[in-house]
Design a binder for this molecule. Structure first.
Ligand SMILES: Cc1cc2nc3c(=O)[nH]c(=O)nc-3n(C[C@H](O)[C@H](O)[C@H](O)COP(=O)(O)OP(=O)(O)OC[C@H]3O[C@@H](n4cnc5c(N)ncnc54)[C@H](O)[C@@H]3O)c2cc1C
Length: 424
């Protein structure tokens, strides 16, 4: 039964938006009083995974296990019946309904591509009958004790909500750029972790170019795989620059790590210092084994005549554009500052989780990321901010690293919905 009085606005219908929408439907079907969950999506469900909206070309393999789906870890805070119902929307249920299951098992449960992952969310939203409002959010304001969200889909629409959930990693981070970015082979000579994918096909068969790739996490890992997939590796040189680090670390897939991603029960037993160390290791060292193997193939092959990838141990500072060879300015270990010219500079240096504040007039309380991270409560909302603002992308430090990723979507949905849901 709908508890019409409560409205929860969710911006974005990726993995988190889908998990919230489907869980709310399941709780309603099981007779709980649930809020009206209003999901607003500017593209389509799973847009950041379908290869048409940046962030990936869609053919990359998913890094985490697909069984960590919208119901995972199936330890619902409501009751066991909820876990049972959620299994109808699981990755396995999707594979069985699509009759891919046998093939997938026989092929050793290969990691699905990002495109397949996007289709899984589209299937779950459709199957559960979750309503998604198509539109681009352009303004977020407070009106007394409510959020007022304006979104455009040809015309302006406004919705009011008691709570607001921001999903998505935010806009890609970029170094300061001085000068106008020129184009070469119809590709901007300076790119980031989102728009690189909109131009990746133009890199096909590029010859004799020098590329700087900045970063050491998931974003840089997927970019280097995309690059090596397209460029002429015999003549293209890629300088991999991980902010002065000695290497790019590889994601450590051991169960003692994974358990903190799947279920944060023990997370609060760790000191803040230990949590920060774990998050740094898990995030900094985020080249999946898949990406590392691709790099190895193109790096240390002393028996082949070319070496497409080269590590550069410098700290990037800024980009000087304005010519067809943008300059990367960086500091060396001895503190001296140098500049090197490249044909293309690509920044895979992560995302700004606070970029949604551009839609807000009053952002005083939302400027310092680290302060906000320390204020994230069990329902992913920020302590002392009214009306309620849920920021799962900032929840790793206080609540557990899995909540900002894909690895405990079911528990995330429970935590966010719990304050709005009541038994009949
Ligand atoms: C390439 C890549 C691979 C990753 N792989 C993994 C992995 O394997 N495992 C893992 O745990 N984590 C992974 N992550 C990290 C993280 O889990 C993902 O970023 C995660 O998808 C976030 O899910 P989400 O639902 O919050 O956001 P997203 O899937 O990013 O969805 C956000 C949605 O918001 C919509 N949107 C944005 N702005 C607006 C607006 N103004 N109005 C309306 N809609 C808007 C977008 O169109 C998008 O559909 C990866 C991240 C990247 C970038």
């Amino acid at each position: 039964m709908k508890n019409e009085s409560k409205k929860l606005i969710v911006i974005g219908c990726g993995p988190k938006g889908t998990a919230l929408g489907v869980k709310n439907k399941v709780l309603q079907d099981l007779g709980y009083n649930v809020p009206d969950v209003i999901i607003i999506e500017k593209e389509n469900v799973g847009a950041h995974w379908d290869g048409k909206h940046g962030l990936t070309h869609g053919r990359l393999p998913l890094g985490s296990a697909p069984q960590k789906d919208i119901g995972y870890p199936y330890r619902s805070l409501f009751d066991k019946k909820v876990d049972k119902e959620m299994q109808k929307y699981s990755w396995n249920a999707y594979m069985i309904e699509k009759d891919y299951y046998v093939d997938w098992i026989d092929k050793g449960r290969l990691a699905p591509t990002h495109i397949e992952w996007a289709k899984y969310f589209q299937w779950a939203v459709k199957k559960a009958g979750v309503k998604v409002y198509k539109g681009e959010v352009v303004k977020i304001n407070k009106e007394e004790d409510k959020w007022k969200v304006k979104f455009i889909n040809g015309k302006a629409n406004e919705v009011m909500g008691d709570g607001l959930v921001i999903t998505g990693p935010g806009e890609p981070k970029q170094l300061p750029i001085y000068g106008i970015v020129e184009k070469k082979n119809s590709i901007p000579t300076v790119l980031d972790g989102k728009n690189f994918w909109q131009f990746v096909k133009h890199f096909r068969k590029l010859k004799n170019v020098k590329i700087a790739l900045l970063g050491g996490g998931e974003s840089a890992a997927s970019i280097i795989v995309g690059l090596l997939d397209h460029v002429d590796i015999a003549t293209v040189k890629v300088d991999l620059i991980n902010n002065g680090h000695a290497t790019v670390f590889t994601r450590n897939e051991n169960s003692l790590d994974n358990m903190h991603f799947s279920d944060p029960t023990h997370w609060k037993l760790l000191t803040e210092e230990e949590r920060i160390r774990f998050i740094k290791a898990a995030r900094a060292g985020n080249f999946s084994v898949y990406a590392k193997n691709i790099i190895d193939e193109h790096y240390l092959n002393s028996w082949v005549s070319y070496k497409a990838v080269n590590m550069k141990y410098v700290k990037p500072l800024k980009i000087v554009a304005g010519s067809d060879k943008p300059g990367l300015v960086y500091s060396l270990a001895d503190g001296s500052i140098k500049k090197s010219e490249y044909d293309f500079i690509i920044s895979g240096i992560g995302f700004n989780a606070l970029s949604f504040t551009k839609f807000m007039k009053d952002t005083n309380e939302l400027t310092n990321k680290h302060d906000l991270e320390k204020k994230i409560q069990d329902d992913m909302s920020v302590k002392d901010i009214k009306p309620t603002l849920h920021l799962p992308m900032l929840s790793a430090l206080n609540q557990g690293i899995g909540f900002s990723e894909l690895t405990c979507l079911g528990l995330l949905a429970d935590r966010i919905l719990q304050p709005y849901v009541s038994k009949k």
